[in-house]
Design a protein around this ligand. Structure first.
Ligand code: ADP
Length: 395
């Protein structure tokens, strides 16, 4: 083939033939002496890979060795060698040296590679679809847990197949049903007990109203009202602790919600100093429940503060990443130890204070704010006052 390229070589022919062979070729002109070579000029075609320099041609075998060993007749002088791990063959036709470099993937191999690649992709997609189908019950269980979190205690997971995952789905359905029954029973029991308690209380109230004036009458009245209040709070706390109970969420500006809560305290209105830094910011809340939480905090502020201080409660609304409703009083404060227990049902600190409560207000507050995906934080120092903060996420 090299012989056919003639002397000087027909570069068009060389290029065509070399392209067909998927090789690179560099043509050098022998100039001085036997070993010195030089690029023959622009008219000669050369596209050796850039990492090949002819000086690197370090190991070679001459064709006469092969002629001798294998009894061959090679018409031109040929050197076989290696540069940068690439096999290079140099064919010398007298005036010109042809550096032939083989570094290509034969088309068949390339095709095989493409086919293997496509097969791998198809296999991966197939495997993905198979795993997805196999793990479908897991996805259904995940969806079920999510719906459970939003208050759905009734729907069921669809059972697919008869394997372990199907058993698990079945057990989960059973478990949710049992939880639901337990919760309903507890709720029902509480309703019945409170109903049973309320009837004698109503009769007692009637009797008190009919009783002639007595120095202990108002105390008796207070006790009955206290019992009634306790039943009401217990029922409310139970309603709010129904796990995942749904909220009636709507958007309200902080200004509107404060106005609504302040309307609940017509007589104590002047004791509250309002500082709303974000009056127009909207929050996503269940109006009744959120107002109740804020009202409880203000109520406590009034209850556990000295009356003679005038404007002694501060209601501050700020945005610190989330929205904060801060209720600050300069009242009796709470010890660090008691702070940790405040949100436990029926816990009451400061029993020396003459106010009466049920120890449920802060429990209710905590439940309400947590169902809004927020939290309640408390800072206090005995004798100096307290800050109760309702943190609620921004929309
Ligand atoms: P209640 O006020 O009906 O007892 P709460 O759950 O609202 O129930 O409060 C629990 C306890 O936390 C109260 O008994 C009181 O000792 C303490 N507490 C709540 N708020 C304050 C406050 N602002 N200052 C001091 N103590 C407080």
């Amino acid at each position: 083939m090299v012989k056919g390229w003639e002397n000087p070589p027909d570069t068009n022919l060389v290029k065509k033939e070399i392209d067909n062979l998927h090789m690179w070729c560099g043509i050098f002109h022998r100039e001085r002496g036997e070993t010195d070579v030089a690029f023959p000029g622009e008219e000669y075609w050369s596209n050796l890979p850039s990492n090949i320099s002819i000086n690197d041609f370090y190991s070679w075998t001459i064709s006469s060795d092969f002629e001798y060993m294998y009894n061959l007749d090679i018409p031109l002088e040929v050197f076989f060698g290696e540069i940068n791990d690439m096999p290079v063959t140099v064919v010398d036709n007298g005036s010109y040296l042809f550096y032939l470099v083989i570094d290509y993937i034969p088309p068949s191999e390339l095709n095989n590679l493409i086919i293997a690649f496509i097969l791998a992709i198809v296999f991966i997609i197939g495997l993905y679809l198979f795993i997805r189908r196999y793990l479908k019950p897991v996805q259904l269980m995940k969806n079920r847990i999510e719906s459970l979190e939003t208050g759905d205690l009734h729907s069921k997971i669809k059972i697919i197949g008869e394997d372990e995952l199907a058993d698990l789905s079945f057990s989960m359905n059973k478990l949710i049903k049992e939880i639901n029954t337990l919760l309903e029973n507890k709720h029902q029991l509480l309703l019945e007990v409170s109903h049973e308690l309320r009837s004698p209380l109503a009769r007692m109230q009637l009797l008190i109203a009919m009783m002639p004036d007595h120095k202990n009458l108002s105390k008796l009245k207070e006790e009955v009202e206290f019992l009634e209040g306790m039943i009401e709070n217990l029922l409310l706390s139970d309603r709010l602790s129904l796990p995942y109970s749904k909220l009636d969420l709507q958007k309200f500006s902080t200004k509107d919600i404060i106005a609504k809560v302040m309307d609940m305290f017509p007589s104590n209105r002047d004791r509250v100093k309002i500082e709303n830094y974000i009056p127009d910011v909207l929050i996503n809340i269940d109006e009744t429940k959120f107002s109740l939480a804020l009202r409880n905090l203000l109520d406590n502020g009034f209850k556990y503060s000295k009356l003679d201080d005038g404007e002694d409660i501060q209601l501050k609304v700020v945005q610190n990443g989330e929205i904060e409703f801060q209720v600050k009083d300069s009242g009796i404060g709470i010890s660090q130890e008691d702070i940790k227990k405040l949100t436990q049902p029926f816990f009451q600190a400061n029993q020396t204070v003459s106010t009466r409560g049920f120890g449920l207000g802060l429990t209710i507050c905590k439940k309400i704010i947590e169902s809004h995906k927020g939290h309640l934080s408390i800072k206090s120092k005995p004798g100096e006052g307290s800050v109760f903060i309702l943190h609620i996420p921004k929309i």
